[in-house]
Design a protein around this ligand. Structure first.
Ligand code: AMP
Length: 294
């Protein structure tokens, strides 16, 4: 496994692989890797000749009051996990390696990025699009994979790929969860013992939604508002430790609220547990990582 810190070195190495006709897969991460990240590596690994993982805590996607400096890091542990998962190249740049000039350009993301997390975290998706486009350019990747855990991010990046004719095969990776249903996240490391228990409300809301969809009858079909009520009943508003940012029932492509409740409708939510902002989402099917909780 090759560890590269220099942007120009990565570019040269990747250009050589492309000239030799090899396909390149990219797995962008911010490090502190867990099984969710590794599942992305494992699912892309068989599809490409060269597998690159990047570890970069991207400052431009953090707001001024967010957790950039406190973001957890474990470089040695990350490298071991990536080696075990048969990664060919790890790109591990410094901030100045990525942002070399003062006043650099930043991308204005598509409208898809303005709601949900985009509304709560102004500038976040601009930072995400900018860093991902830089990583696409440096890696010359043919394929890239992003987790459905960050469903809005996945859809925003698919829109960028389409609208800029980048021609990259963008894959989505299923959400990997802890045994109790909590979606794995580097930010789970911030949770104290009682917060960790409170954090179950996110997956509980999603499980309740799936159950309600499965159990609806012709006489009492599920509607947008009855589905929202089911989810909200799992996430009490009066709990001071759990502050709801948003709970929405949306069309998976437009990410806008929908009255057309089907198996592919997405329930998407963001909740602050103590100081930690957690997000999660799922469709209404019964064949994903939450199914055994139904
Ligand atoms: P991050 O390091 O949080 O920026 O995440 C890097 C990539 O891993 C993103 O594409 C995330 O969507 C994905 N990811 C994070 N958590 C999970 C998870 N629990 N299951 C699947 N993918 C995940």
């Amino acid at each position: 496994m090759q560890v590269i810190q220099s942007a120009t070195q990565l570019l040269e190495v990747c250009q050589a692989h492309r000239l030799a006709g090899r396909s390149i897969g990219l797995v962008p991460t911010m490090g502190y890797l867990h099984n969710g990240h590794i599942s992305l590596v494992e699912s892309l690994r068989p599809k490409v000749d060269i597998l690159i993982a990047s570890i970069f805590v991207n400052p431009t996607q953090f707001g001024p009051s967010e957790d950039l400096d406190a973001y957890p890091r474990d470089e040695q542990g990350d490298l071991e996990k990536l080696r075990d998962a048969k990664t060919d190249i790890v790109f591990l740049p410094t901030t100045t390696e990525i942002y070399q000039e003062q006043g650099e350009l930043s991308l204005k993301p598509p409208a898809l990025a303005s709601r949900l997390c985009g509304a709560s975290r102004p500038g976040h998706f601009s930072g995400v699009c900018t860093i991902v486009l830089k990583l696409f350019q440096l890696s010359r990747c043919t394929d890239a994979i992003f987790g459905e855990k960050d469903f809005q991010q996945l859809q925003v990046l698919r829109a960028m790929n389409r609208q800029l004719w980048l021609g990259i095969n963008i894959h989505g990776g299923e959400v990997i969860r802890e045994a109790d249903g909590l979606a794995m996240s580097s930010r789970n490391a911030y949770l104290g013992e009682s917060e960790r228990i409170q954090a179950r409300v996110l997956s509980r809301g999603l499980i309740a939604a799936k159950r309600a969809f499965r159990d609806q009858t012709q006489d009492a079909p599920l509607t947008h508002s009855s589905l929202l009520a089911v989810i909200k009943s799992e996430i009490p508003e009066e709990n001071p430790e759990v502050i709801i940012d948003y709970i929405e029932v949306v069309d998976p492509r437009s990410l806008t609220p929908t009255e057309n409740i089907t198996e592919s409708t997405r329930v998407i939510l963001a909740v602050k547990v103590g100081k930690t902002r957690l997000i999660d989402n799922a469709d209404l099917s019964t064949n994903d990582g939450l199914s055994h909780h139904l």
